[in-house]
Design a protein around this ligand. Structure first.
Ligand code: IPM
Ligand code: MG
Length: 356
């Protein structure tokens, strides 16, 4: 089979981690007889420099016409003072919105070999952690009306958070379907004690839950969820939440796994099309120095094979290869600990390829 993949390396360490990921995919292709055809596109700061736009039309069209999108990272200090609509981050938001990618899956898995990188006490972690944050990605406060308004204290600015029943229903279904394949527990996170949008959200989640009698549903306010993730993370299986709460809680969940450099993500819409990217950012301070951890992007490619192309055996092989390289003691700087072997981006990539 031939698969058309739009590749968006982006900024900072984006190109570093993407390079290794494509090599890994090629190895998988060789082994299983698939051809992955890559077309590279500009987005973020790289696109701003070249075209003056964070998300050029050509990039958007190219992504739309591909079977899947693989993205590195966008952003960096060089573009930090650009006005809102010209910030590199707009590329991500534009891709998500225009490609209809409303469901963001962010699995936070603690690898056995990285237990010592976890900042929580061993007794809190127990046998390990396996949480999947299902974040709504194309609605809520990120995409509501925004603007400026005079207030009695001077100029004000506002961002409206709005959720509709249809938006909540479709993300809730994804979360419950996911829970059915895991430990059958969904925790809905909202702020229903304060926000009207959260009360609507919670009601719709409860309605969807009726179709999933095997799944246990509980509700948690976001402030409590932030605390519970540290106090007792083992209580979570699937967390479903809105765009901004999901942004915050997925970073927190990633931290308790030891390194944000390990975590992949998938952004899905309707049908078999998604965008796959690491949860981490562009880390401009270590860009181009062979220091970045490519594992999150390589694991994102595994998610692409699994969810986009239904190639679960191929996905399993990649995940097992990453695990094996960790078990052998190889570490990039972000997950380095005493007695382990420090390795660069390229070395890690090669080791993973050797395992495949
Ligand atoms: C993320 C990032 C993005 C977000 C930014 C870069 C727009 O933090 O993917 O979590 O807030 O969604
Ligand atoms: Mg974030």
């Amino acid at each position: 089979m031939e698969y058309k993949i739009a590749v968006v390396p982006g900024d900072g360490i984006g190109p570093d981690v993407i390079e290794e990921t494509l090599k890994v995919l090629d190895r998988v292709g060789d082994k299983y007889g698939h051809t992955f055809k890559y077309t590279k596109y500009l987005a973020g700061g790289a696109a701003l420099d070249e075209t003056g736009e964070p998300l050029p039309q050509d990039t958007l069209e190219g992504c739309k016409n591909s079977d899947a999108v693989l993205l590195g990272a966008v952003g960096g200090p060089k573009w930090d003072n650009f006005p809102g609509e010209k910030r590199p981050e707009q590329a991500l938001l534009g891709l998500r919105k225009n490609l209809g990618l409303f469901a963001n899956l962010r699995p936070a898995l603690l690898f056995e070999a990285l237990k010592e990188a976890c900042p929580l006490k061993p007794e809190i972690i127990g046998k390990g952690l396996d949480i999947c944050v299902v974040r709504e990605l194309t609605g809520g406060i990120y995409f509501g009306e925004k603007g400026f308004k005079a207030t009695e204290y001077g100029k004000g600015a506002y961002d409206v958070k709005i959720y509709s029943e249809g938006e909540v229903k479709r993300i809730a279904k994804i979360a419950f379907d996911m829970a059915m394949k895991r430990s059958r527990k969904v925790t809905n996170v909202d702020k229903a004690n304060i926000l009207e949008s959260s009360r609507l959200w919670r009601r719709v989640v409860e309605e969807v839950a009726v179709d999933y009698p095997e799944v246990e549903l509980n509700h948690m306010y976001v402030d409590n969820a932030a605390m519970q993730l540290i106090r007792d993370p083992k209580q979570f299986d699937v967390i479903v939440t809105g765009n901004m709460f999901g942004d915050i809680l997925s970073d927190e969940a990633s931290m308790i796994t030891g390194s944000i450099g390990m975590l992949p993500s998938a952004s899905l819409g309707v049908g078999n099309f998604g965008m796959y990217e690491p949860v981490h950012g562009s880390a401009p301070d270590i860009a181009g120095q062979d220091k970045a951890n490519p594992m999150a992007t390589i694991l994102s490619a595994a998610m692409m094979l699994r969810y986009n192309f239904n190639l679960s055996e191929e996905a399993d092989i990649i995940e097992a290869a990453v695990k094996s390289v960790l078990d052998q003691g190889y570490r990039t700087g972000d997950i380095m600990s005493k007695g382990m072997k420090l390795a660069g981006t390229k070395k890690i990539g090669q080791l993973i390829i050797n395992e495949i």
